[in-house]
Design a protein around this ligand. Structure first.
Ligand code: SF4
Ligand code: SF4
Length: 485
C-alpha cells in the first residue's frame, strides 16, 4: 500500500479510483511539495514569457487590429492582426480543423507536452497561484499543519491574505480574458463608464472573476481531470511510441527503500522477507516517494502512464535530485516512450504519425489556397427588409437595397458599384458606399429603377459589377421584386 500525500492508493488500485477522491467520495486535497530542478527552472522561464505575452496581448496591435480578438457576440474575429468576418466562415473552419489535427499529431508524438509547459491552467496554477501559496503558507507540510491548526490569528491572516490575493489576481485575469473577447477599448469603457451603462459587461466580469477564483483556489487539478476536453482525449491520442513522462521500470525495479536494502546487506532480513524472490536484484528506485510528494495531480508515476498526468516534470526533477544524492545517473523518470523503455527502440514516424501528417498537409494546403483566393472586398446586396416594390410614373418600378462592403485589406479602398444587368436599369444612390476603411465594414443604401418591360415576373435577377480604383473586382447578384404578370 503506497502512503502518499494524505491518501492511500494501492499499487493495483490506481486505475480504479482517483487519488484526489477519498473512499467516502470526498475530496483528497493535494499538498504538493514545492518542486525544483532544471525542468522547473526552464518551465519558470518559459512561463514568464508566456505570461508577459498573455498580459500584453490585448494591447498589441498589428496594422491597427488587435493581435487576437474572439468577439462571438458581434461576430468579429481577429487572428494575428488579420480580421475574419462571418463571410470567412469556411476559412475559420479549415483553420480550426488544421489546428485540431495539428494538436492530435503533436500529442501523438510528444504526449501532453503542451499541458505541462504552455497550458494557461498549468501556468497560472503552478507558476502564479501555487507560488503565492508556498510564499504565504509554506511548503506542503506547513500547509498541512496550517489546515489542521485552529482558527487563530496566524491562520486567519495567512488564509485571508492568500484568498484576497487570489481574488485580485482572478479579477485581473478575467479582465484580460474579457479584453480578448470584446477588445481593450470596450473593456476600458466598461471600467470607466458608470456601472449602469454596462450591466452585461460588469456581470460577465464578475462571473469570470468568480470562475477563475474557483478554478485556481479550489478546483485546481479537478479541471484537468474532469473539465478539460484535451485531457479527456489523451487515451485515444497516445500510443506506445508517444513521448511521455515515464518511469524506467526496467532500471527502477525491484524497488526497495534504503532501510530495506541495508537490512538485506547486513543480513537482518532476506529478500524473501521483503517479498522478493531469492535471486532478485534491486533496481535504482529507492522507494523514497519524492516523485509522488511533488506531484500536483497526486499520482505515482511509477504505476505507468496515467490520464491524470499533465507532464509537469516535477517528478523528473525530484527523482533526478535523489539519483544525484545516491550517485546514480539521472533519468530514472524522464521523457521517454513505452517502446523506448520496453524494447529500447525509438520510432517517431509511425504509420499513424504519417497518416495525421498527410491529413494536416491537405488541410493546410486547402487553407492556404482559400486564403489566397480571398477577395479584398466583399459585397452583400440585399433588398431592404420589409419593403415591396414602388410604382413610379412612366411604367417604372423601384426597389430599395442595402449594401454591406467589407474591406479585408490594410488600405482604404475606393468603391463603386454599377448595375450591369438588366441593361438600361438605373442605380440611384441614397447614401451609397464610396470608400471603405481598412479591415472595416461600410454600409449604404441605393435604389434600383427598372422599366416594366425589363421585369421578369415577380423576381428579376440583378447583376452588379463592383469596382475599386477603376478595376472590376467582383460580381454580385440580387433580386428585384416586381408585380406579378
Ligand atoms: S506524474 Fe510527474 S509529470 Fe505527471 S503530473 Fe505528476 S509530477 Fe507532473
Ligand atoms: S523519486 Fe525516484 S527513487 Fe524516489 S520513489 Fe520516485 S522513482 Fe523511486
Amino acid at each position: 500500500m503506497a502512503q502518499t500525500q494524505g491518501r492511500q492508493i494501492g499499487k493495483d488500485q490506481f486505475r480504479d479510483r482517483l487519488a484526489t477522491v477519498s473512499e467516502t467520495g470526498g475530496r483528497n486535497w493535494i499538498y504538493a511539495k514545492k518542486p525544483g530542478g532544471r525542468f522547473y527552472n526552464a518551465r519558470t522561464i518559459l512561463s514568464l514569457f508566456l505570461l508577459a505575452f498573455f498580459f500584453s496581448g490585448p494591447f498589441i496591435t498589428i496594422n491597427g487590429n488587435p493581435l487576437l480578438l474572439v468577439n462571438i457576440l458581434e461576430r468579429k474575429f481577429v487572428i494575428f492582426g488579420v480580421a475574419f468576418w462571418p463571410q470567412d466562415l469556411h476559412l475559420l473552419v479549415f483553420g480550426m480543423l488544421s489546428f485540431i489535427v495539428f494538436i492530435v499529431l503533436f500529442t501523438t508524438i510528444f504526449g501532453r507536452l503542451f499541458c505541462g509547459w504552455a497550458c494557461p491552467q498549468t501556468i497560472f496554477l503552478e507558476m502564479v497561484f501555487r507560488k503565492i501559496e508556498y510564499w504565504i503558507e509554506g511548503d506542503a507540510s506547513a500547509q498541512k499543519r496550517l489546515k489542521k491548526a485552529p482558527w487563530n490569528t496566524e491562520k486567519i491572516l495567512k488564509k485571508g491574505s492568500k484568498h484576497a490575493i487570489f481574488y485580485v489576481l482572478s479579477f485581473t485575469i478575467s479582465n484580460l480574458f474579457l479584453a480578448y473577447i470584446i477588445g481593450k477599448d470596450q473593456l476600458f469603457e466598461i471600467i470607466t463608464d458608470p456601472p449602469s451603462e454596462h450591466a452585461a459587461g460588469l456581470t460577465a466580469m464578475i462571473i469570470f472573476s468568480g470562475v477563475f477564483y474557483g478554478v485556481f483556489a479550489f478546483m485546481r487539478e479537478q479541471v484537468c481531470h474532469f473539465v478539460c476536453p484535451y485531457g479527456r482525449m489523451q487515451s485515444v491520442m497516445l500510443d506506445n511510441n508517444s513521448i511521455n513522462v515515464m518511469y524506467d521500470y526496467k532500471r527502477g525495479e525491484n524497488r526497495a527503500s534504503v532501510g530495506n536494502r541495508n537490512k538485506v546487506d547486513t543480513g537482518k532480513a532476506t529478500l524473501a522477507d521483503l517479498g522478493f524472490s531469492e535471486d532478485a536484484t534491486f533496481g535504482d528506485c529507492i522507494d523514497c516517494y519524492q516523485c509522488v510528494k511533488v506531484c500536483p495531480m497526486g499520482i505515482d508515476i511509477r504505476n505507468g502512464t496515467q490520464l491524470e498526468c499533465v507532464h509537469c516534470t516535477a517528478c523528473i526533477d525530484a527523482c533526478d535530485s535523489v539519483m544525484e544524492k545516491i550517485d546514480k545517473p539521472r533519468g530514472l523518470i524522464r521523457y521517454a516512450s513505452e517502446n523506448s523503455i520496453r524494447e529500447e527502440t525509438r520510432k517517431i514516424f509511425t504509420p499513424r504519425v504519417m497518416g495525421y501528417s498527410g491529413i494536416l498537409m491537405i488541410l493546410l494546403t486547402t487553407f492556404v489556397v482559400l486564403m489566397s483566393m480571398r477577395s479584398d472586398l466583399e459585397t452583400t446586396v440585399l433588398r431592404q427588409r420589409g419593403t415591396l416594390y414602388q410604382e413610379l410614373p412612366n411604367n417604372m418600378y423601384s426597389n430599395i437595397y442595402e449594401i454591406k462592403v467589407i474591406n479585408k485589406t490594410f488600405d482604404t479602398r475606393d468603391y463603386e458599384i454599377k448595375l450591369l444587368a438588366p441593361e438600361g436599369g438605373e442605380l440611384v444612390s441614397l447614401g451609397n458606399v464610396k470608400s471603405v476603411e481598412p479591415q472595416n465594414l461600410a454600409e449604404g443604401r441605393f435604389l434600383i429603377k427598372l422599366n416594366a418591360n425589363q421585369l421578369n415576373g415577380l423576381q428579376t435577377e440583378l447583376t452588379f459589377g463592383v469596382y475599386s480604383n477603376g478595376e472590376h473586382i467582383e460580381t454580385v447578384t440580387s433580386g428585384f421584386l416586381g408585380p406579378a404578370n
